[in-house]
Write a protein that binds this ligand. Structure first.
Ligand code: HEC
Ligand code: HEC
Length: 438
């Protein structure tokens, strides 16, 4: 009885928002399976009060503005392995806006590669660099969209001192030297990005910052930081982290639907969403505001070395998931539940890039048969079992993922130019041609 009254209220509320079309049965059904919409509603990128942030680095518009430039600025690509790589790459080489902040190809390669194409798909290793000399990792780059909602970053959740990591102190700095940064308790992103700037061969000094015309922006962003910290990887990381926290996909059709625009999603997308939140139960893991979560699960998917990844092999600690970080047996082969927005912008999918399309991913879940024989049965998620979806249900669920969760306006997160005047996100000759910079 209480349920019926509640639903009647929900229904009346929907009807009363008269600027929109009256809801149909699918809207009613979707509200029923979602329940309270608040936990899934993303804040706007400027709504700093409602974006999770670190007390060590409160969000300000000056920090976000600076981070928005640095993420795309090749002038700081100054620790390249060979002179040919200098000034050619950025964070956005592997986190391409048009590819949903993923690399637009199977693996991200920054220093040591050339080319861009349309969304990063034509990037390829330079012959000058040996495989093990390029900047590339043994897992698919995660999207940085909605990353403010990721308490412990990376596929293995190794960064950050709170949440699931609060009980992992003894592992910090052991399997990954950079996780020692967790001890500084700066925030998962703030710590990770200090390490990231080193890993991705970018150095920040006062001299380099001044030369490329960023001093005024650093001064506006960090008036209270000592100069030594401000003009360093720490200042740069804090600005980039603030920018990353502002990357919300709040204009996606599903987000608009949550806010009352019942026409934002097609009937097919709504049917897919009903499956996702209802009987298919994707939401049991994908349940945060970003439709990811801090749960770790083994789906038994292949690793990147099996799908063309370079600088990685069967012994890569990344293949072990959470267990490669904590060294706990129960964590082996378990990966963090990733966010699901704008995945339709580019594949492939899963940490090893083993599925080319979102429909392939849905079919993998529907079949429930692990593809990676190295993952012991007892580690596998019990969710991995045949789900019995019909062909139509597979298409519906795929449409929800591909279109319902696609923010069409990510260009708002991209600067119009760099202060150095360099071509971005890549600045090698081939990319300059691809990007019409010449
Ligand atoms: C060479 C490609 C490459 C470059 C360049 C790169 N990244 Fe990444 N990024 C990755 C990969 C791969 C991962 C996932 C690694 C893992 O979890 O094992 C990742 C993950 C992340 C994450 C974690 C997201 C999450 O949900 O946990 C953040 C944040 C991030 N990158 C920010 C940056 C920043 C900032 C820069 C520039 C300093 C940068 N990246 C440059 C490849 C790259
Ligand atoms: C048991 C928890 C769990 C459930 C339930 C679950 N997922 Fe996932 N999902 C994960 C994990 C963990 C990954 C990452 C696995 C990996 O790459 O090793 C993932 C990855 C994905 C990806 C690929 C993301 C990327 O960045 O490559 C998509 C898409 C996805 N899930 C959609 C779904 C859909 C649709 C359902 C329902 C049919 C579902 N998931 C149910 C845990 C879950």
């Amino acid at each position: 009885m209480r349920h019926i009254i509640l639903l009647a209220i929900v229904y009346a509320l929907i009807l009363s928002s008269c600027s929109h079309e009256a809801p149909n049965n699918l809207d009613y059904e979707l509200h029923k399976v979602i329940g309270n919409t608040a936990p899934y509603t993303l804040p706007k990128s400027t709504d700093f009060a409602n974006i999770p942030q670190s007390p060590s680095n409160p969000l300000t518009k000056e920090k976000v503005a600076l981070g928005k430039m640095l993420f795309f600025e090749p002038a700081f690509a100054n620790e390249a392995k060979y002179p040919a790589g200098l000034g050619t790459y950025t964070c956005s080489t592997c986190h391409v806006v048009e590819a949903g902040f993923r690399p637009g190809r199977m693996q991200g390669i920054a220093d040591g590669a050339n080319g861009y194409g349309q969304i990063g798909e034509r990037r390829h290793k330079m012959s000058l660099y040996a495989n093990n000399e390029v900047d590339a990792q043994g897992a698919r780059p995660l999207s940085v969209l909605n990353v403010a909602f990721v308490e412990n970053t990376m596929w293995n959740g190794s960064f950050g001192h709170t949440g699931p990591n609060a009980t992992t102190r003894s592992a910090w700095g052991i399997t990954d030297v950079f996780t020692k940064l967790n001890e500084l308790e700066l925030g998962a992103l703030e710590g990770q990005n200090i390490a990231g700037l080193e890993v991705h061969r970018m150095m920040y000094t006062k001299e380099i910052i001044e030369k490329n015309k960023y001093k005024a922006m650093f001064d506006a962003a960090f008036p209270d930081m000592t100069e030594e910290e401000r003009y360093s990887r720490k200042g740069a990381s804090f600005a980039i982290s603030a920018y990353l926290r502002s990357l919300m996909t709040d204009e996606a059709p599903f987000q608009q639907w949550l806010k009352g625009n019942k026409n934002a999603m097609s009937d097919q997308e709504k049917r897919g969403a009903i499956l996702f939140f209802g009987k298919i139960g994707c939401v049991s893991c994908h349940n945060g505001p970003n439709l990811g979560s801090m749960q770790f699960a083994a789906l038994g998917v292949d690793d990147l070395f099996e799908h063309g990844g370079i600088k990685t092999d069967i012994n890569d600690a990344r293949n072990l998931g959470r267990g490669g970080f904590t060294l706990q047996k129960e964590d082996l082969y378990k990966f963090r539940v990733p966010q699901l927005y704008n995945l339709g912008d580019s594949g492939p999918y899963f940490h090893g890039g083993s599925k080319n399309t979102l429909e392939d991913v849905v079919r993998y879940f529907n079949d429930g048969i692990p593809e990676n024989k190295r993952v012991p049965k007892e580690q596998l998620s019990p969710y991995l079992r045949p789900l019995g979806m019909t062909e139509e249900e597979i298409k519906d669920l795929t449409a929800f993922l591909a279109k319902g969760l696609r923010d069409p306006n990510l260009q708002r997160y991209k600067p119009t130019h760099t202060l150095s005047g360099m071509c971005f996100p890549n600045n090698d000759l081939e990319s300059q041609i691809d990007l019409d910079c010449r």
